[in-house]
Ligand binder design. Structure first.
Ligand code: KE4
Length: 432
């Protein structure tokens, strides 16, 4: 197996031109160590790097590629759109067709606006919620990631339900003072935040299943509590389904958990791997968005026909096949197999599965919020990640990321992955 010389040389070149050598921080493998690799091509459940090494891929571009890499129907759809021109600065029928598919599949969404990233979707959803409610405060949850807009780069204040502090230089304190952060799955904390700030809260924004702390499932009643509290205090409930949309069920987490948000944000799967985000809501809310309404939001390449075609092709296949039960069964086999191996090798571990998302924490379980996720053994996760990579399995390069499955992952892929994970755990356990 090549030692990754070509990736090493490319990374050295990249670091001269791109901050950290990457266009998104997680790709630099800072959380797991080792040499980040450059991918040459992807096919089905696998990717091949520039040194010819092949990996079974559980990152899948951090969610979008639920049908695996280079699915023939997705490639054909995008290629056909491409041959007719890349973008026109006018509308195309593909934008209507994608909107029809999203509104048909996501129960709470009657109208939708496409943008170019999940961050654009969530920042636009917050602006819309502030306009509709004429309030400024946002309530979010520790460990939930909603993209890199200033409002979201807030960490919890000193006391419970106090105003946020900047989580990054360059984010003004007066912006994060408008963001209150409490623990995910903590109903009392959410209720206290409403008791303290209720009449000023424009919206709650939440990942209904957290995929950005590792995978953390909502406790029974938690999402219902957010629905009740927002309704009681005249705030809006935003489900950030950029990751969970079309990943945990065909209609997203709101279908799986039977809780209807006021605004839904989407991304990843709906672009088929091309840059697409979206936000949607009932007509009375979305009609406030320009040019029908007065809430401004725009984007040069929003609704790009090539991206619309790729996303539509994925959604049509998901709607036809509804593969989520099968994906969840494979995820369950993966997690159960890894946990059994961890037990055999004396490594504390806990895990979760929902739809096509799965995850393992190296600590005693369960993990119900970000603080508990932080208690996992991240150094051990880093060694496990590197050993799996050596064995031909690519996991997300951070303990705080969810793992993904695609319809292209075969039973043989699952079996091989469990063999690699067992060997990796034997090595990390021996390392002490
Ligand atoms: P983007 O702006 O990266 O397209 O989407 C932001 C976003 C919003 N909401 C949720 C729930 C998300 O998971 C994301 C982005 N997810 C990360 C994965 N942890 C993207 C990977 C990356 O940052 O490179």
């Amino acid at each position: 197996m090549s030692r990754g010389e070509n990736s090493r040389r490319l990374f050295d070149r990249a670091r001269q031109l791109l901050p950290g050598g990457v266009n998104s921080p997680v790709r630099a493998f800072g959380a797991v160590g080792g040499q980040p690799f450059f991918t040459d091509r992807g096919e089905g459940s696998r990717i091949r790097d520039v040194d010819g090494r092949e990996f079974i891929d559980y990152v899948l571009s951090f969610g979008p590629l639920i049908l695996g890499h280079a699915h023939p129907q997705v490639i054909r759809a995008a290629g056909s759109a491409l041959e007719r021109g890349i973008h026109f600065g006018t509308s195309t029928v593909l934008e209507i067709e994608l909107a029809e598919k999203v509104t048909a599949l996501v129960p709470s969404v009657e109208m939708v606006r496409c943008v170019n990233s999940g961050t654009e979707a969530t920042m636009s959803a917050v602006r819309l919620a502030r306009a509709v409610t004429r309030r400024d405060l946002i309530l979010k949850f520790e460990g939930c990631y909603h993209g890199h807009a200033d409002a979201f780069l807030a960490k919890a204040g000193s006391g419970l339900a106090t105003f946020g502090l900047p989580a990054s230089p360059g984010v003004p304190e007066r912006i994060t003072e408008l963001t209150v952060t409490v623990d995910f799955n903590d109903r009392d904390a959410a209720k206290e935040a409403f008791a303290k700030h209720g009449e000023r809260i424009a919206a709650v924004i939440v990942e209904p299943v957290v995929g950005n702390s590792g995978l953390i499932l909502p406790r029974p009643g938690f999402l219902e509590c957010l629905r009740e509290e927002t309704r009681a205090h005249g705030a809006l409930l935003i489900f950030d389904e950029v990751m969970t949309g079309f990943r945990v069920a065909l209609g997203g987490a709101q279908t799986r958990y039977s809780v209807r948000p006021d605004i839904t944000t989407l991304g990843k799967v709906i672009g088929g791997g091309l840059p697409v985000g979206a936000y949607g809501a009932p007509r009375e809310i979305m009609s406030r968005v320009a040019p029908e309404g007065d809430v401004y939001q725009a984007g040069t390449l929003s609704g790009n026909p090539v991206a619309m075609a790729a996303g539509l092709a994925q959604l049509e296949i998901l709607e036809r096949d509804d593969p989520f039960a099968d994906l969840e069964e494979r995820g369950r086999r993966l997690v159960d197999g890894i946990l059994a191996a961890a037990e055999r090798h004396g490594v504390p571990a806990t895990g979760a599965v929902v739809g096509s998302m799965w995850g393992v924490f190296f600590r005693e379980g369960p993990v119900t919020n970000f603080r508990e996720a932080e208690g996992a053994d991240r150094e051990l996760f880093g060694r496990f990640h590197r050993e799996c990579l050596e064995g031909g399995v690519f996991l997300p390069p951070s303990q705080f990321e969810a793992c993904f499955l695609s319809t292209a992952h075969s039973d043989a892929d699952i079996e091989l992955t469990l063999e690699v994970a067992d060997a990796a755990l034997a090595k990390v356990a021996a390392h002490g």
